[in-house]
Write a protein that binds this ligand. Structure first.
Ligand code: NAD
Length: 369
């Protein structure tokens, strides 16, 4: 049976509650002889601050870098509102992304038919939606220099951010998108604002040339980011893989998220470079949602985003795509049966706890052989 190291960071709030469901599934996979995960646990966010006075310790950062994949639940909460800025819970996430050089953020937006009525759009527009936003995560206007506020001395100030992309940054995120498309419906939509931005002109040029050189078998289209925003809410099912920069990706992935209903349903992956020694990439998998302090400790959080993140790890870090398909089918079947946690209840009469939902998915997984 294959064996991998999984570094697990439950974090704060509902984090440990939803992560517990992953440990159940991992234990079952091992018992069944399918795959064994050697799970090591660390601290991140407020939990790490309480233990070490920092948002993630150097030792845990080292473990994250050495693991085959990192699984994180969520960080933050009102308890840590007053801690110094450099050690606030989110600083743990930022350090993980930076030190692991995670330049690609993958956010699937999947609308399970059973939940289509929870979307803000009409059922027929979102029923069966399955798209993937690939956002560049370490470059662009969030990091470009100069980045400052200058005092102009006449009662005026000037705020400056710099949008900057080099060829290699666009090529490496482009490759992720084209390779993902080959495993999906073979279509990439690249998005920028080349009509008003030089970085957009370069983005368009680099993606077009990468496509012609290395991925002519994949369908490529370009859409300006504002038009794409409109199309996302007009006819979202036209998209397969969308690749875009850090700023546009930040906004468009949140728009896409809302097409699917609840925050408790949304997984994500952040990927880095392939290591020289192997074909595997540094990778961090985490739900999109936060630590939900309003429901923490009640055992009612939805574990599906966390389980979906684990499923992405199986697919993208461990080459276990078929197993990931099984987990996603188990989630879909559980929803079809009308089983719901409180956040997606939609009037359902029986509401499951976090652990009951985990058990229901595990039970379904044993059926979906
Ligand atoms: P949130 O995602 O934690 O919660 C927003 C709303 O969605 C809440 O009502 C919450 O109860 C609900 N919700 C979220 N996940 C759920 C789940 N799995 N099941 C059921 N309901 C769920 O966002 P927030 O309230 O803005 O932030 C709370 C804390 O989380 C803050 O400290 C924030 O900084 C932090 N945060 C962390 C991350 C992260 O770890 N990646 C992301 C966003 C926010």
């Amino acid at each position: 049976m294959p064996q991998y190291n999984l570094f697990v960071l439950p974090g704060d709030g509902i984090g440990p509650e939803v992560m517990a469901e992953i440990e159940k599934i991992a234990a079952w996979l091992s018992r069944e002889g399918i795959v064994h995960f050697e799970i090591e646990k660390g601290l991140v966010g407020g939990a790490a601050y309480d233990a070490h006075g920092t948002a993630i310790s150097d030792a845990d950062m080292g473990r994250a870098n050495a693991a085959d994949a990192v699984l994180l639940a969520a960080v933050g909460g009102p308890k840590w509102n007053g801690v110094p800025y450099e050690v606030r819970p989110e600083a743990g996430l930022l350090r993980l992304r930076k030190d692991m050089n995670l330049f690609a953020n993958l956010r699937p937006a999947i609308c399970y038919p059973a939940l289509a009525d929870a979307s803000s759009l009409k059922r027929e527009l979102v029923d069966g939606l399955d798209l993937m936003i690939v956002r560049e995560l370490t470059g662009g206007v969030y990091f470009g220099e100069p980045k400052q506020i200058i005092d102009l001395g006449n009662g005026q100030k000037r705020g400056i951010d710099t949008q900057v992309y080099d060829t290699y940054e666009i090529e490496r995120i482009g490759r992720i998108a084209f390779e993902l498309a080959r495993q999906r419906r073979n279509k990439v939509t690249s998005s920028e604002k080349r009509n008003v931005m030089k970085s957009g002109v370069l983005w368009h040029e680099v993606i077009t040339s990468l496509h012609a050189r290395e991925y002519p078998d994949v369908e490529l289209e370009h859409q300006l980011a504002d038009a794409l925003g409109m199309q996302l809410v007009r006819r979202p099912k036209q998209f397969d893989v969308i690749v875009t920069d850090n700023l546009f990706g930040d906004m468009l992935s949140d728009v896409a998220a809302m097409l699917t209903g609840s925050l408790g349903m949304l997984p994500s992956a952040s990927l880095g470079e392939k290591s020289a020694a192997s074909e595997t990439r540094k990778a961090l998998y985490e739900p999109v949602h936060g630590s939900a302090p309003d429901i923490a400790g009640k055992g009612i959080a939805n574990p599906i985003a966390m389980i979906g993140s684990f499923s992405m790890a199986l697919r993208y870090s461990f080459n276990l795509g078929e197993l990931a398909d099984r987990i996603e089918k188990a989630i879909s079947d559980v929803l079809e049966k009308g089983l719901r946690t409180a956040d997606i209840s939609g009037g359902a009469t029986t509401i499951l706890s976090t652990s009951q939902m985990g058990d229901a998915i595990l039970a379904e997984l044993q059926v979906v052989a």
